[in-house]
Design a protein around this ligand. Structure first.
Ligand SMILES: Nc1nc2c(ncn2[C@@H]2O[C@H](COP(=O)(O)OP(=O)(O)OP(=O)(O)O)[C@@H](O)[C@H]2O)c(=O)[nH]1
Ligand SMILES: [Mg+2]
Length: 439
């Protein structure tokens, strides 16, 4: 059995931890955070026993070294008594002048206060999770938010950190509990031992829940937001694939020559366009009957990349384009092309049509990305949702009420996996290890 729900022992964590939570000094301001039962005492020690600032009110104080009384800094102090804090513990924040020496001196003095120790990476967030302030999905989203480099990543992380998925899970958990209670009641009061004795609303509600879960499961994986939407440029040799890739990513990522068969391996180039992360992949020109072993391998890789693409830019004969590919009439500056046969004409050389191409890519990406109020999920979350889906199918199967009850129980267990209420220590270590110290 995994560990009991962590909110069983809210508040007061045994150790008091501290860390520099802002970026590397020097900076205008450095924020040192303290969390744990001795946070208030730490304020008292560093302010020479002056009255503690009123709770949640920024107050200016002179910080002094309790050993010897040397002045350390004039700083803004926040005293944040728990449990209404981000970690659930008592907390203190010192907003120092952000110089290296000031920060180092304050951290060194805090390190000498008995009962305080430096925080490990992600430990503040881990406490928030352990005291039940946030669930695992929100913690994971916070790590993504800190790592976000594009607008799409930021929006997704904000949604999840704000509890979009957590709220859905809570609703589902409620529904499952009420369904389970109804099932029990029916079974107690009915002589029949098949589920047809259950009211019609039961099956309908279960079906709706299943559909709700499926909607979340079908969304684009968050890895795609992290690594970029995969756009593969494909077509015959010399079609201008590498030239177009270079124009799209704004640098000479791939070699261009007039020689057919220049590109042999896959060349990947990430770039953000319009706030959306893309990963462009240039491929070897496709053609039949090559005698060259290296080129044959390249063509093989190109075929695999096309199969794994989210969007294909096809630079060959429009009639030969793979299904769903965008038919690009390339090198339009030097070829007479039938406009009607293509989705668009471009010249990577002159730049004509490039804005339209980027517009089309953003349209396709918008259809793949989660919509307003929806979020992309991680591999861990999708795996747990798969289990939830399987459990719901079991519950929805006609027949034995024991199996229906078992399906409902498994579904609740899958939700506990998702919120982290039933998780393994390894998984938690690896998640919180993604954070920096001070978060
Ligand atoms: N005028 C003009 N020339 C282009 C354009 N795009 C590519 N070329 C030229 O066409 C030739 C082939 O271009 P590449 O980009 O190497 O073509 P590729 O499809 O990558 O070819 P492989 O790697 O051999 O499959 C080069 O000489 C380019 O300079 C274009 O838009 N206009
Ligand atoms: Mg090429």
């Amino acid at each position: 059995m995994p560990p009991a729900p962590l909110e069983n022992n809210p508040g007061v964590s045994p150790d008091t931890i501290f860390a520099l939570s802002s970026g590397a000094p020097p900076a205008g301001v450095a924020v040192v955070r303290i969390s744990g039962p001795l946070a208030g005492m730490a304020i008292d020690r560093l302010t020479g026993g002056r009255p503690r600032p009123a709770a949640r009110r920024a107050s200016l104080r002179t910080l002094i070294d309790p050993d010897g009384g040397a002045m350390l800094d004039r700083a803004l102090l926040l005293w944040l008594p728990g449990p209404g804090t981000v970690t659930g513990d008592d907390m203190a924040e010192f907003h120092l002048h952000g110089g290296r020496a000031v920060t180092a001196a304050v951290l060194s003095v805090l390190g000498r206060v008995a009962g305080l120790r430096p925080a490990a990476a992600g430990e503040f967030t881990r406490r928030a999770f352990e005291t039940g302030r946030i669930d695992l999905n929100e913690a994971e989203a916070l790590a993504d938010l800190l790592a976000a480099e594009t607008e799409a990543q930021r929006r997704n992380a904000m949604l999840l950190a704000g509890g979009a998925l957590s709220r859905a899970l809570e609703g589902w958990q409620h529904q499952l509990l009420s369904l389970a209670a109804r099932l029990e009641a029916q079974l107690d009061f009915s002589d029949e031992d098949d589920v047809s004795a259950l009211d019609a609303g039961f099956a309908a509600e279960l079906a709706e829940l299943d559909a709700d879960v499926a909607r979340w499961r079908d969304r684009l994986p968050v890895e795609r937001l992290r690594d970029g939407i995969r756009v593969v440029l494909a077509g015959p040799p010399n079609a201008g694939k590498s030239t177009l890739l270079n124009a799209l990513v704004g640098r000479e990522a791939a070699i261009v020559t007039p020689i057919a068969g220049t590109t042999r391996d896959l060349i990947e180039a990430p770039v953000a366009l319009g706030g959306v992360p893309f990963l462009f992949t240039d491929t070897a020109g496709l053609h039949a009957g090559t005698g060259d072993a290296v080129e044959a391998i390249g063509i093989d890789r190109a075929t695999q990349a096309i199969a794994a693409a989210d969007i294909i830019l096809w630079l060959g004969e429009p009639g030969e384009a793979p299904a769903e590919a965008l038919r690009v009439g390339a090198q339009a500056d030097r070829r007479a092309l039938d406009r009607a046969a293509y989705d668009l004409l471009v010249s990577a050389r002159s730049g004509a049509g490039m804005d339209d191409l980027i517009g089309l890519l953003l349209d396709r990406a918008a259809a793949l990305l989660p919509g307003e109020g929806e979020a992309a999920l991680s591999a861990r979350q999708r795996a747990a949702l798969d289990r939830l889906g399987e459990a719901l199918s079991l519950a929805r199967g006609e027949g034995d009420p024991i199996l229906v009850a078992e399906g409902l129980r498994l579904a609740r267990a899958a939700i506990d996996m998702l919120t982290g209420r039933a998780g393994t220590e390894d998984m938690l270590d690896s998640l919180f290890g993604r954070f920096c110290i001070g978060k």
